[in-house]
Unconditional design. Structure first.
Length: 136
């Protein structure tokens, strides 16, 4: 239990520090920042999968799905780093807390299922927390 708690705190620290603070301190614009971040990630993951002998061929249909997800993810990072560059780190990280609410609202559109109110609850709490922070 203790090691899991330490890992959780390390992950939260790295998430907040590397994405927010370093995103503000790095002088590259958000486009180049996302490009280099994704390029380094692809190289590192390719090396890990190559050394683990887990590289597989991907069908054209799966390639299109993976590329689409990558495009949406890169757009999300582009907008996130843009918000850091044009506003500030605290606003960007606070608004990042609404990701769960956004996914709870958009997931039913893609998977043709009803909106799950249990998934909306944490996002609504995040939205209420943002309202408390910014209106007081």
């Amino acid at each position: 239990m203790r090691s899991a708690l330490i890992r959780l705190h390390a992950a939260v620290f790295l998430w907040g520090f590397t994405t927010g603070i370093l995103g503000r301190l790095i002088t590259l614009n958000e486009g180049w920042l996302v490009w280099w971040r994704m390029f380094i990630t692809v190289i590192i993951l390719w090396i890990i999968f190559f050394l683990g002998k887990k590289i597989q061929k991907v069908s054209a249909a799966n390639f299109i799905k993976i590329a689409s997800i990558g495009t949406v993810l890169s757009l999300q990072w582009l907008l996130f780093y843009g918000s850091i560059k044009y506003a500030n780190v605290s606003i960007a990280l606070t608004c990042l807390a609404t990701t769960g609410l956004l996914s709870a609202l958009t997931e039913p559109l893609f998977f043709r299922k009803p909106i799950d109110t249990i998934e909306l609850l944490p996002g609504t709490f995040a939205l209420a927390g943002i309202a408390v922070i910014y209106f007081f």
